[in-house]
Ligand binder design. Structure first.
Ligand code: HEC
Length: 145
C-alpha cells in the first residue's frame, strides 16, 4: 500500500511536472534568434538587400569559385594528418601528386579498398566525401607541389 502510493506520487510528479517545467524552458517570453525586428531588421535589410540577396550572393560566390578553391575548404579536415601543404605527417605526403592520382586513391578508399597498411584511417574520411568534393580536393592538392 505504501509503496503503491509512493509510486502514484512519483507518477503524478512526473506527469504534471514535465509539461509545467517543459513549458517554462520553452517560454515564449525569451528573446530568440528572430528577435531582430523593426528598426533592427530594416537596417540589416538595407545593408544586405535581404535574405534573398544574401542567398543569391552566396550561390554566386560558390559558382565562381574554382575547383581548387572549393577543395581548399574541404582540405581543412585533412590538415591534421597530411599537413597544411600536403607535406605529410600521420598520413603520407600528398604534395607532388597529380589530381588524377589523388582522385583515384580517394575513390578507392571510398569504396573501402586497401592501398596501404593504414587504409582503415582513410575509409571513414573518404566515405564522407561526395564525388565533387573528391574532384575539388584533387585540384587543390595538385596545387601544392
Ligand atoms: C586521421 C588521419 C587522416 C586524416 C584526417 C586524413 N588522412 Fe588521408 N591518409 C591517412 C593515412 C594514415 C593514410 C595512409 C593510408 C594507407 O595506408 O592506405 C592516408 C592516405 C591518403 C591518401 C593516399 C596517399 C598515398 O600516396 O598513398 C590520400 C590521397 C589521402 N589520404 C587524402 C586525404 C584527404 C583528401 C583527406 C581529407 C579529406 C585525408 N586524407 C584525411 C590519414 C589521414
Amino acid at each position: 500500500m505504501k509503496s503503491a502510493s509512493i509510486a502514484l506520487f512519483m507518477f503524478a510528479l512526473f506527469a504534471f511536472g514535465l509539461p509545467i517545467f517543459g513549458m517554462q524552458t520553452n517560454s515564449f517570453q525569451q528573446p530568440g534568434v528572430h528577435g531582430c525586428i523593426d528598426e533592427c531588421y530594416e537596417s540589416w535589410r538595407a545593408q544586405t538587400g535581404g535574405i534573398l540577396a544574401v542567398a543569391q550572393a552566396q550561390a554566386a560566390a560558390r559558382a565562381e569559385a574554382s575547383p581548387a578553391e572549393l577543395g581548399e575548404a574541404s582540405y581543412a579536415g585533412c590538415i591534421a594528418c597530411h599537413g597544411a601543404a600536403g607535406e605529410g605527417g600521420i598520413g603520407p605526403r600528398l604534395a607532388g601528386q597529380s589530381a588524377a592520382e589523388i582522385v583515384d586513391k580517394l575513390l578507392r578508399y571510398k569504396k573501402g579498398e586497401t592501398i596501404g597498411s593504414q587504409s582503415n584511417l582513410m575509409w571513414a574520411q573518404a566515405g564522407q566525401l561526395s564525388d565533387a568534393d573528391i574532384d575539388n580536393l584533387g585540384a587543390f592538392v595538385e596545387s601544392f607541389q
